[in-house]
Design a protein around this ligand. Structure first.
Ligand SMILES: NC(=O)c1ccc[n+]([C@@H]2O[C@H](COP(=O)([O-])OP(=O)(O)OC[C@H]3O[C@@H](n4cnc5c(N)ncnc54)[C@H](OP(=O)(O)O)[C@@H]3O)[C@@H](O)[C@H]2O)c1
Length: 335
């Protein structure tokens, strides 16, 4: 890491890799110096199309000969652990797209290896940047919302069959790790875990209703927390035309409703609605993330975390709660 510049090696040339290229092009002190692809030609095209003027194509992380500080993993869900471990062993920091990976043991190995080699592991859960989510987290931690007894999460999205047909692995169990719970609702499930931790008991029902694919496109889960609080999650990519993500929180002091990570209803005894009317972050309405601002913030935070030797805003450990809950949802099937 030079005094003024931080260099990333970007792994993957798909949809979200383009978001990273756009983000880095807006950040003067952060560069992509290499792009890892299974095809040298694809890497060359990606570099040219995305105006990554400092980058060279690379076959793999370990064979890249130029100096770099960290990797960005923009490969499919089940392909994060291997490059994360490869980078950690080289002493390189790791910033990975969600999800961490799709298997408990592999996630544990990623976390352990990053800790062992003293490199940072950051995860792209950009909903954590929502000002209203930040305010609520703070208030929940300080007990300012009263005794919360119910939380209901609704992530009723729609994806056409063309989305699942756009790559052979989409909607597969062995590479995507599942369907609407792990691929789409995970952002909201991360916020649920960030607010309330992990439940004690989880049951679920899910299936594939309107798409041709292996994994689920609709499901529901019921969660019971150690303090008795009851939460429900509905996750879907089958609810045409797709709806705003919604979280409803009820306590002995009143109720809060968030839509797309913004407070739209606030009745909490003795406290004024803290909602901040700000531009929304990417909320899962589509596959592409055209607005690069959230990824810019995540990368800037990650670089500061490395420089200041602190945990990133979304650390690997904190992100692993969402995958753990999703594994329990998949294992808790009753139908
Ligand atoms: N944070 C968010 O809001 C958000 C939004 C969308 C996606 N994501 C996450 O980003 C990751 C990538 O998603 P994406 O939509 O960018 O996927 P994508 O368009 O399919 O791109 C994935 C890239 O990974 C590389 N790759 C390596 N091995 C592969 C394999 N066996 N099959 C397919 N591709 C392989 C490919 O590049 P080469 O062919 O050049 O090797 C491919 O272009 C996923 O983990 C997803 O969950 C996050």
């Amino acid at each position: 890491m030079s005094k003024n510049n931080f260099n990333f090696l970007l792994v993957g040339t798909g949809n979200i890799a383009r978001t990273y290229a756009g983000a880095v092009n807006n950040l003067p002190h952060i560069s992509v110096v290499g792009v890892v692809s299974r095809s040298a030609e694809r890497a060359e095209c990606f570099i040219k199309d995305n105006r990554l003027n400092n980058a060279s194509p690379a076959e793999s992380i370990s064979t890249f000969t130029e100096d770099f500080d960290a990797v960005i993993l923009a490969t499919p869900n089940g392909m994060h652990h291997q490059p994360a471990i490869e980078a950690a062993k080289m002493g390189k920091h790791v910033f990975t797209e969600k999800v961490l990976d799709i298997d408990r043991e592999k996630i544990t190995a990623m976390l352990d290896e990053c800790q062992k080699h003293q490199v940072k592991l950051g995860v792209a859960f950009q909903r954590r940047l929502s000002p209203d989510n930040i305010t609520l987290k703070n208030m929940i931690d300080k007990g300012k919302l009263g005794k919360i007894f119910a939380v209901d999460l609704r992530v009723k999205l729609y994806r056409g069959q063309d989305y699942y047909d756009s790559a052979a692995y989409r909607g597969s169990k062995n590479i995507d790790g599942g369907g609407c719970f792990i691929q789409q609702a995970i952002h909201n499930i991360d916020i649920l875990c960030h607010f309330f931790g992990l439940p004690e008991k989880t049951i679920s029902a899910y299936g594939t209703f309107t798409h041709q694919m292996e994994a689920e496109d609709h499901g529901a889960a019921l969660l019971v927390y150690p303090d008795g609080k009851i939460a429900s999650i509905v996750a879907s990519t089958a609810c045409k035309p797709g709806f705003l993500n919604r979280m409803e929180i009820h306590s002995d002091k009143g109720s809060i409703i968030l839509e797309n990570d913004q407070i739209v209803h606030w009745t909490i005894d003795g406290s004024v609605n803290p909602a901040q009317k700000v531009k929304n972050i990417h909320t899962g309405g589509s596959m592409a993330v055209e607005d690069t601002s959230a990824h810019e913030q995540l990368l800037e935070d990650f670089v500061s975390a490395v420089k200041d030797d602190r945990e990133p805003l979304v650390s690997g450990k904190s992100a692993s709660m969402a995958t753990e809950l999703i594994f329990r949802i998949y294992e808790g099937k009753i139908n």
